[in-house]
Ligand binder design. Structure first.
Ligand SMILES: *Cc1c(COP(=O)(O)O)cnc(C)c1O
Length: 377
């Protein structure tokens, strides 16, 4: 975002500020659609669940991946005005409840909407059959997450070897398994993860067919990388690889969906903070700012993401440390940033911080989350 815009927003709203550029959200959505013409987009709401962001993607035609009832209701509120039939169709066709483990209460509440839900084990089949017998199922598969920034296959996913037996088990419980889902790990820069996952899925489709189960849906999950730096491969090259495998392995009649999150929102978020303290410790210049890892920079802890601080002011830089406002030493944004000599009250900012950031802010130590401002809505 332009410096001028950020400065004037700070004048108006103060700091800490989290700015969401909806023009960038629409641009990312359009780019994803362009590169994956065969794939329906299910925005992964957890990545940034701000209702304004969800609404912008809804208006662009997106479907949604939700994993809690609160996320479900954020989407449901957007479609509450639709006539009952259209609303039911939207939930049936365009929402996936992509949490393989669901509390009984959640399943009971979901059943009226006949949603598509994921599962990966026998106990879950028994739960779904009892509490949400009208749900459609997608089997979450464990796939390679090699080299992805955030590993997502140690907690969920059936082994490929047990997939067809689980599909049969669901069938015995009068449930229909519509297809397969997987997640290659977040910020996946290794196309081999996708290639191997597509091969595994195709062989399960074939094995299932030989046992009389006709799978019609393939959910290739998230993991599409945000361009945090020049080393990240462009979406176009990843898409080329994935599309050619999809077309080779899966007939046109198979419905294909993806659950991108980070790719759609990372570049649309900018955090702006103010320097509230300054000290020299062990010869190093230390800045204390009014945002930190319990707030917009939570991704440093939970998302294993490295964020850089930038200054609006040019000039000679030196190696600095940047800390958040709380009393916890964990609240360290960076021990090695190149920044100029700045005065108290001056601003720092971080771009590409739209994903796994503001949405996981806490109120720890009495410091509230950054104010969220939407531009170009
Ligand atoms: C978190 C998550 C996503 C989004 O992943 P990104 O790497 O941000 O694209 C998609 N699907 C599921 C099931 C997830 O848990």
């Amino acid at each position: 975002m332009e410096h001028k815009t950020l400065r004037s927003l700070v004048k108006q709203h103060g700091t800490p500020l989290f700015v969401v550029d909806h023009k960038e959200l629409r641009k990312n959505y359009a780019l994803f659609r362009k590169h994956f013409p065969r794939v329906q987009v299910y925005y992964a709401v957890k990545v940034n669940s701000d209702p304004a962001i969800v609404e912008t993607f809804y208006n662009e035609g997106s479907s949604f991946d939700v994993a809690s009832m609160q996320e479900f209701h954020t989407v449901h509120e957007l479609i509450a005005h639709l006539p009952t039939k259209q609303r039911q169709d939207f939930i049936w066709n365009r929402i996936i409840y992509a949490n393989p483990i669901k509390p009984n209460e959640t399943l009971q509440e979901l059943d009226q909407y006949k949603p598509l839900v994921t599962f990966d084990n026998h106990e879950e089949v028994k739960k779904i059959a009892k509490h949400s017998p009208h749900a459609g199922l997608a089997l979450r598969l464990q796939v390679p997450n090699t080299g992805s920034m955030v590993e997502l296959s140690s907690k969920f996913g059936a082994l490929p070897g047990e997939a067809v037996e689980l599909i049969a088990y669901a069938h015995e419980h009068k449930l229909v398994v519509e297809g397969i889902s997987f997640h290659v790990g977040s910020q996946c820069t290794n196309p081999q993860n996708f290639i191997q996952s597509l091969h595994l899925s195709a062989s399960i489709f074939a094995e299932a067919k030989s046992k009389g189960f006709n799978l019609t849906l393939l959910d290739i999950g998230g993991g599409f990388p945000a361009a945090y730096d020049d080393s990240v491969p462009a979406l176009s090259s990843l898409a080329k690889t994935i599309n050619s495998e999809l077309n080779r392995l899966f007939p046109k009649t198979i419905e294909i969906l993806a659950e991108p999150g980070r790719f759609l929102v990372a570049s649309a978020g900018t955090a702006v903070s103010k320097i509230i303290g300054k000290a020299i410790r062990s010869g190093k210049l230390c800045y204390y700012i009014d945002d930190g890892v319990y707030h917009t920079y939570s991704g440093i802890i939970f998302d294993h993401c490295v964020y850089h601080m930038k200054s609006f002011k040019k000039g000679a830089t030196q190696l600095c440390a940047v800390f958040g406002p709380t009393c916890d030493a964990l609240d360290t944004i960076s021990l090695a940033e190149q920044l100029p000599d700045l005065e108290l009250g001056e601003l720092l900012y971080t771009d590409n911080i739209g994903a796994y950031s503001a949405a996981s802010s806490t109120h720890f130590n009495g410091f509230p989350p950054a104010k969220v401002v939407h531009v170009n809505r």
